[in-house]
Unconditional design. Structure first.
Length: 340
């Protein structure tokens, strides 16, 4: 079985850990792995150069989580981390003092940056960096070309009345408290899907859209040239998992992102944002065949299905690896129902 997943950030990482556990239990190969091939197309819109290093937050969050090196208490970064180097950088007035990179985490960024400066693409560097972690899945960036998400906010002191900042500054420094006017993907005009991404979607038996931020994670992957078209053309069922439960984001500050684009914070609104592969809307054909919503959102099912998207009602909270595995199993079950 070939499974391709679109993912980003902590929600995507937890879902992937559950998917891997489910597959190891359902399709064991006798060697601690699985007979399923899982390719994960990861958002790189959060990426940035900082203190001369290429930092890839979503790739690293997923890698650390699947590799068993993630700090589960903080929810991000490396387990057993120290921050002596970042303290020194702050003392020198270098970098962002509010964007702390741990010493172990810096090892990843130094390695990646070294490989990039030697001429490797981001895909090649990712393959080399992830090789030590025994992830059980293949991580690929959405594009080898830099596509960085920037946020436009109001600024009365500016001549234009607005100010633009990197997404990580808006997200980490300001905790999304500055109302966003819009999001811009810098570099998108010259980007293409990374090698293997389109083939992974077209050749999949199942495509899953993880419960990641629909605006700045999945919503940044989709406009990369080649990806949305591949999702619409693939013969595999495309099943998404709602990142919204009872009108609230499962994690993070997705509300601020949805507010910025004028989309209600609701499971049905996000389903409509992605759209159905079978029904053309104002933005053309969508990407979904099926959508998973929480039991608390069962009242929304009829409206979603009226838009051409089949719905499964299942528990969505990923409080443990086992509950994450059950959710992944439900997503695969929904895909299997569509295939049959």
């Amino acid at each position: 079985m070939k499974i391709t997943v679109l993912a980003g950030g902590v929600g995507g990482a937890k879902f992937l850990r559950g998917l891997r556990q489910h597959l190891r239990q359902a399709l064991p190969d006798g060697a601690g792995g699985t007979t399923a091939e899982v390719t994960v197309v990861v958002n790189t819109g959060d990426d940035l150069w900082l203190t001369g290093l290429r930092v890839c937050p979503d790739l690293d969050s997923i890698m650390y989580t699947l590799g068993g090196g993630n700090d589960e208490v903080r929810g991000w970064g490396r387990l057993g981390e120290s921050e002596r180097v970042s303290a020194e950088l702050t003392a020198y007035g270098v970098g962002w003092p509010w964007f702390t990179l741990g010493d172990l985490d810096l090892g990843t960024h130094i390695t990646r940056s070294h490989l990039l400066r030697e001429g490797r693409t981001l895909s090649e560097a990712t393959a080399e960096v992830t090789a030590r972690w025994n992830l059980g899945v293949t991580l690929v960036p959405m594009s080898d070309q830099p596509v960085e998400t920037h946020v436009v906010v109001a600024d009365a002191s500016s001549d234009t009345g607005t100010r633009t900042m990197h997404f990580e500054e808006w997200w980490v420094r300001y905790r999304a408290s500055l109302p966003a006017l819009r999001f811009e993907q810098h570099g998108l005009e010259s980007a293409v899907a990374a090698p293997g991404v389109v083939d992974a979607i077209l050749g999949a038996d199942v495509v899953l859209v993880a419960p990641s931020n629909p605006v700045v994670s999945i919503g940044t992957i989709l406009p990369v040239p080649g990806i949305r078209t591949a999702l619409q053309q693939t013969g595999a069922p495309v099943v998404g998992v709602s990142p919204i439960i009872s009108g609230s984001p499962v994690r993070g500050m997705a509300k601020a992102c949805l507010d910025a684009i004028g989309v209600e914070v609701a499971a049905d609104a996000v389903a409509h944002l992605y759209g159905s592969r079978e029904v053309s809307g104002s933005a053309g054909r969508g990407i979904l065949d099926a959508w998973l919503v929480d039991q608390s959102d069962e009242a929304l099912v009829a409206g979603i299905e009226a838009a051409g998207i089949r719905v499964s009602v299942v528990p969505l909270w990923m409080t443990t690896v086992d509950t994450s595995a059950a959710l992944a199993a439900a997503a695969l079950d929904a895909a299997g129902t569509l295939t049959r």
